[in-house]
Design a protein around this ligand. Structure first.
Ligand code: ADE
Length: 254
């Protein structure tokens, strides 16, 4: 995508993952909230960018229906997803940030009719994000870690957080065992992180020709400690990361 969009869609699964976005929108000006399909869509302006922000809730169906509504009901011309994920690659640690350049549904398997992971009749397993939006998210994430890294290290037990860019995989499963992580690494050695929505958003955006981007902070390493690590990270830090990244990203687009 080049140039500015008139209306940017911003999605997360859970309230903590949107950080202060809706409060920032209310502080800036009027926010219209519209309820549709049991979700609230907040239309207004944040950090100089006209946007519609919403919570999809968890899972691929939730993400796909919400993305479709953002495009068709609210005129979103690009969509950004922000939230947490489990680290899959050995180099990816709690507190790191992963920006997707491609996304894939790790639980999609219509073999032998179609190759494993391929979306039937779409001839595609991996869905690319917008290089421009993703580059801006990488820059915003790096600036956030540069400026907030010391505070994050002091207040929370994250050590030397880093920004990664690459494959994020999505499925309707919370991954919480080392064996499951090893299985993912074996079939998808380039997978950096796992979550439950991003690839569904990317498929919808591909089908409608709408640019998208996904940024995830690593809340756990998808092993037996994942449920506790996820819950603690979500309550304690996820909002600070999302607010820090989104505010810098939006200002770079305004
Ligand atoms: N989101 C955050 N952590 C996750 C995990 N371990 N599995 C799936 N989605 C996640």
């Amino acid at each position: 995508m080049t140039g500015r969009v008139e209306m940017l869609g911003i999605m997360a699964a859970l309230p903590q993952e949107l950080g202060d976005l809706i409060a920032d929108m209310r502080a800036t000006g009027e926010v219209e909230t519209i309820t549709l399909g049991q979700r609230e869509y907040h239309v207004g302006e944040a950090h100089g960018v006209r946007c519609v922000a919403t919570l999809a809730r968890i899972g691929k169906v939730a993400a796909a229906t919400t993305a479709t509504a953002l495009i068709h009901e609210f005129g979103a011309e690009a969509i950004v997803f922000t939230g947490v994920a489990g680290g899959v690659h050995a180099d990816v640690q709690v507190g790191d940030i992963v920006v997707a350049d491609t996304l894939l549904q790790h639980d999609l398997d219509a073999s032998p009719l179609f190759p494993r992971f391929e979306v039937p009749l779409l001839d595609k397993a991996r869905f690319e994000t917008s290089p421009e939006l993703s580059a801006l998210l990488v820059a915003a994430s790096e600036a956030f870690l540069e400026q907030a890294g010391d505070t994050l290290r002091e207040r929370f037990t994250v050590s030397r957080p880093r920004v990664h860019r690459g494959l994020i995989v999505s499925g309707d499963r919370f991954i919480a065992s080392h064996d499951a992580v090893l299985a993912l690494r074996e079939v998808l050695p380039d997978a950096l992180a796992v979550e439950m929505e991003g690839a569904a958003l990317a498929q919808v955006c591909y089908e409608y020709g709408v640019p998208c981007a996904v940024v995830r902070t690593i809340s756990d390493t998808a092993d037996a400690a994942a449920p506790a690590s996820f819950a603690e990270f979500l309550m304690a830090i996820a909002g600070a990361y999302s607010s820090g990244i989104l505010s810098r990203f939006l200002r770079s687009r305004s």
